[in-house]
Design a protein around this ligand. Structure first.
Ligand code: ATP
Ligand code: MN
Length: 467
């Protein structure tokens, strides 16, 4: 059997009949009668299975008994035209080898209809399902498309540190990194933890954003992007938050807020288009199984311009909605941060298209955002998407040294720890902008999954870090 080279199922399904082939994969289902067995084999290269037709006269009964759902097989046979509907070719088996048996009494993915909730409880095995195969392939396609997009524009992929001493704006609560013996923590004379004894000689954490380091890169080579793991110890069990997620953070010298918004819109449209062009089999599967509006919703964001709205205008719209009887769980007034329910109202009900919110009250945004002349708002931008709410957060950065320092002081932050960052404004400061796209938020949009735990292979959330 091994003299023949294995062909992946995705390729097999596109080949013309009349050749001998070797396929390998896992059994999805087996059915049939006394004369013939039909085995659906999948190797992960596509959502589609190849049908193996096994004439029972050719094979030992004992061997066919070992062909159960989940078992792995190597099958040699002739690729023939399929008589049954559904596929154009199938394999008329000549040799079958069971590579690994799968005990039907114990295999957790036996039942045909397994809920996503159940699958989370067997997360080490759920990758074997059609659903997670589809999600993983789309995830992979999106990661590739992100690199392709920026590469074609001449952006430099910058690797910012995962272990950091900076708390990046206080974007989120941080996970501390230490090698100290927690049962015997070194203290200084005042009784405080003596971080000079720790591995790095100072207090360090896992990064909540690569932006500040990204600005060092952008003000050196012009346009950069980061794409890496990001950690936030947010104790919020929502369907949109993970403790470990992936973020894409482009940062561009010489871009103002309008250039920034244009790039963000072009970027997400490119990714959605790429998924439609390259992942249709998987999208159709997810559309049929979980979210019959998925493909339509994806197409709907492509043809139109995103709606730009100032925060102040958005507050007026929401206040009017409330006056007209719309009920929200959280209150709205000028100065509060919007909740996802407000974001979704603006996108799904009011404008019925993606929204870019701009000009936020400075007190709900980070210190580095460019201050508007009105003295109360800053040049931030959030891109809001249907079903999700915020998918991108970004801003034009404050390029003026004095204003930046003043804001740091106003917020009672320590300038000392930020000197390295402030240096970008001391030496050849330029207008610049950037944003962060949450990779899993994008994946929610292009898979139709409702829970962020179902678009990352190994989710980390409060009280959950398996494997
Ligand atoms: P949110 O208000 O939704 O919690 P944020 O304003 O804290 O998000 P930013 O600091 O602006 O988020 O981060 C940029 C992007 O990273 C967000 O627009 C979102 O797509 C994503 N993101 C932020 N926090 C998380 C998280 N805990 N899990 C997954 N993605 C996240
Ligand atoms: Mn944000």
């Amino acid at each position: 059997m091994e003299s023949l080279k294995r062909t992946k199922i995705k390729a097999l399904l596109q080949m013309e009949p009349g050749v001998e082939v070797l396929a390998k994969g896992w059994v999805r289902t087996k059915r049939g009668n006394k004369q013939v067995k039909f085995i659906a084999l999948n190797d992960g290269s596509t959502i589609n299975n190849i049908q193996i037709v096994a004439n029972t006269e050719l094979f030992d009964e004992e061997l066919l008994k070992r062909v159960t759902t989940g078992a792995s097989l190597a099958v040699k046979g002739d690729l023939v035209e399929s008589v049954g509907g559904g596929q154009h070719v199938e394999i008329q088996a000549k040799e079958i080898e069971v590579l690994g048996e799968c005990d039907p009494m114990r295999f957790p993915l036996q039942k045909k209809d397994t809920t996503l909730e159940f699958l989370r409880s067997v997360a080490h095995m759920r990758l074997r399902t059609n659903t997670f195969g589809a999600v993983l392939r789309i995830r992979n396609a999106m990661a590739f498309a992100i690199h392709k997009f920026f590469n074609e524009k001449g952006f430099v992929y910058l690797h910012t540190p995962l272990i950091t001493e900076s708390d990046a704006e206080g974007a989120g609560d941080m996970f501390q990194v230490t090698t100290m013996d927690l049962k015997n923590i070194p203290l200084d004379k005042k009784g405080n933890v003596d971080f000079s004894k720790d591995f790095f000689g100072k207090k360090t954490s896992l990064t909540v954003s690569g932006q500040l380091e990204g600005e060092l890169g952008a003000t050196a080579v012009g346009e950069i992007y980061t794409f890496g793991p990001t950690f936030r110890a947010e104790n919020s069990n929502t369907p949109r938050h993970l403790a470990e997620f992936w973020m894409i953070e482009p940062e561009m010298a010489f871009y103002d807020i309008n250039d920034n918004m244009a790039l963000a819109e072009e970027f997400v449209k490119y990714l959605v288009q790429y998924a439609l062009d390259n992942c249709m089999d998987d999208l159709k599967f997810l559309n049929d199984k979980y979210d019959d509006g998925l493909i339509e919703r994806m197409r709907s964001v492509l043809g139109i311009a995103f709606q730009k709205v100032t925060y102040t205008e958005a507050v007026e719209i929401l206040e009017k909605a409330i006056a007209d009887g719309v009920k929200f769980e959280y209150p709205v007034h000028w100065g509060t941060d919007f909740q996802s329910e407000h974001e979704r109202y603006l996108v799904e009900k009011h404008f019925q298209k993606p929204v870019i919110l701009i000009d936020f009250p400075k007190d709900i945004k980070a210190f580095y955002m460019k201050q508007n002349p009105d003295g109360r708002t800053v040049r931030g931008m959030d891109v809001l998407f249907p079903k999700i709410g915020e998918i991108i957060g970004g801003s034009e950065r404050e390029a003026d040294l004095e204003k930046l320092e003043q804001r740091i002081d106003e917020l009672g932050m320590s300038r000392k720890n930020l000197e390295w960052y402030i240096d970008t404004r001391r030496y050849g400061s330029v207008p610049h902008s950037g944003f962060g796209l949450g990779f899993e938020r994008l994946l929610l949009f292009v898979t139709g999954m409702a829970n962020i735990r179902d678009v990352i292979p190994f989710p980390r959330t409060p009280k959950n870090a398996e494997f």
